[in-house]
Design a protein around this ligand. Structure first.
Ligand SMILES: *Cc1c(COP(=O)(O)O)cnc(C)c1O
Length: 500
């Protein structure tokens, strides 16, 4: 590991006089912090991607209590370097290929910095009109980029709001859907409400059901099949709904996914959407990861059928160069959300809100307080421009395709699911070995490559098979990183097979 900034060792400062806020101190220390972070990015390849520390490592390194007297920034950054960074898994490393990416970018960083600088709390329009209005504008921009139907735009009864995460987006729309139906059937209908997803739907659906009071047995995750590429089949949804209606249950909500977490499967939105219309079910589409790709015309067809959706979500903080957190949610009926989530205490009353001429985003989300997150998305869109953003996505998908080709050329390996975006699902499959052995072998392969510190990947299980997931999506990743990663898999496989 290389040592970070030079100024840490050559600059003596004392920390006794840092003011609560002071423009000149902010300038001086801010410059140093930016230097520190820039140096971090400069050396990021030299760190082990997956942190190699043991649980509890940090308590041994830090004092038991906060300092009574102030310390210097220099002392703190020295600790960051020697004690904190070893415990960091480097999501921005070009050798990071795990889970899904969580992009940082120059534009996203600058937006985050500006948001931290202004540090307003924009729960109502009046608390910072620009925050609400910019959010509406950039979500309209993004909706248009994704060619979302016009009833998701801010000049319609619907609109968009930035949530912290896809999980919160899903929860708030589930609450809106639940309350809409309970207003019709009465509060004691709660135990009969049914929520549908597939066995590939993100676990945030289950969590949202737990919080929303949906009976655990009524959160139905329908089985998907290998032959269907793990997409939810419309037939199985119709069957489940008919069965539930016949048993006196009330179908409430379907969460379909464009780009599932395990294998980036794409559910057939149009067919599923038609079914939800027939039964009056709220239709939510989760494109947390793959939504970003749909700004490219050649991937937009994955959103065909989105006209049928009541709500749609994509995480700009995954693969859209916007620093965490920034999850874009659009909804067709903003009133459904507002009826579930609004409160109107005396101390927040103001003329603009009372006049109903403005959007108060506090009524579109769980917390009251909210950050100026639209700044970073605005800066990403403006400082990169659509063409560069499309090129960014295409480059990652091409790199993933290259990796897939390399895997396919080695007979010891197998591609397990069709690659649709920038995720390759694959495994090592030596001849004449049983499934248990192969699963164990792949678990070992994952452990060995990750503990090398050279790359970081994650896994999933598909149809009982332990599968390696290799996702290209970090901003610094280039072809050479993908090629080196593949060499590491090949060499590790050779060693494991020799020793078995
Ligand atoms: C990552 C992901 C989520 C959860 O995202 P958070 O923003 O962390 O809540 C949900 N659904 C899908 C398909 C995802 O890929």
């Amino acid at each position: 590991m290389r040592l970070l900034p030079v100024w840490l060792t050559c600059d003596r400062e004392n920390g006794l006089n840092l003011k609560a806020m002071d423009a000149e101190q902010l300038r001086e220390h801010g410059h140093k912090m930016v230097d520190f972070i820039a140096d971090y990015y400069k050396c990021i390849e030299t760190f082990p991607v997956l942190s190699q520390v043991e649980p509890g490592y940090l308590r041994k390194l830090l004092p038991d209590s906060a300092p009574v007297q102030p310390e210097s920034l220099q002392a703190v950054l020295q600790d960051v370097q020697t004690k904190i960074l070893p415990g960091v898994t480097h999501w921005q490393s070009p050798d990071y290929f795990a889970y899904f990416p969580s992009n940082s970018s120059v534009a996203g960083f600058l937006g985050e910095m500006l948001s931290a600088g202004i540090n307003m709390v924009g729960f109502s329009w009046i608390t910072s009109p620009a925050a609400t209005e910019l959010e509406m504008i950039v979500l309209d921009w993004l909706a248009n980029l994704l060619k979302l139907p016009s009833d998701f735009l801010s000049n319609s009864p619907g609109g968009g709001a930035i949530q912290g995460t896809a999980s919160e987006a899903l929860l708030v729309v589930l609450l809106a859907a639940r309350d809409k139906v309970l207003r019709e059937v009465g509060k004691d209908g709660l135990g009969r409400l049914v929520v549908y997803g597939s066995d590939q739907t993100h676990s945030s659906l289950q969590k949202a059901c737990q919080i929303a009071g949906i009976h655990p047995e009524n959160c139905k995750l329908l089985k998907t099949e290998t032959c269907n590429e793990y997409a939810l089949s419309p037939e199985s949804l119709t069957d489940a709904i008919s069965h539930d209606v016949a048993s006196g249950l009330i179908p409430l909500f379907l969460c379909a996914t464009v780009g599932t977490t395990s294998s980036t499967a794409v559910d057939p939105l149009l067919a599923l959407g038609k079914i939800t219309k027939r039964y009056g079910i709220w239709f939510h589409v989760d494109a947390a990861y793959a939504g970003s790709a749909c700004i490219c015309p050649e991937y937009r067809h994955h959103l065909n059928g989105i006209e049928e959706a009541d709500s749609f979500n994509m995480n700009c903080h995954k693969w859209f160069l916007t620093n965490f957190d920034c999850s874009a949610l659009w909804i067709k009926d903003r009133n459904a959300l507002i009826q579930s989530l609004s409160t109107n205490p005396e101390y927040l009353k103001n003329k603009a809100s009372q006049g109903s001429t403005v959007v108060d985003y506090k009524d579109w989300q769980i917390p009251l307080g909210r950050r100026f997150r639209s700044l970073k998305l605005w800066m990403v869109l403006r400082l990169y421009g659509v063409e560069n953003l499309q090129a960014y996505i295409r480059n990652h998908i091409n790199l993933a395709k290259h990796f897939e080709d390399l895997v396919a050329q080695d007979p010891r390996f197998q591609i397990v699911a069709t690659r649709t975006f920038s995720l390759v699902c694959f495994r090592l499959v030596p001849a004449n070995k049983n499934e248990d052995y192969v699963n164990k072998l792949n678990r070992e392969l994952l452990d060995v490559v990750n503990s090398s510190g050279k790359i970081f990947i994650s896994h999933t299980v598909l149809s009982g098979k332990y599968v390696l997931r290799f996702v290209v999506g970090a901003p610094l990743t280039e072809e050479r990183h993908v090629i080196e990663a593949w060499k590491l898999f090949q060499e590790t496989a050779s060693t494991l097979l020799e020793n078995s």
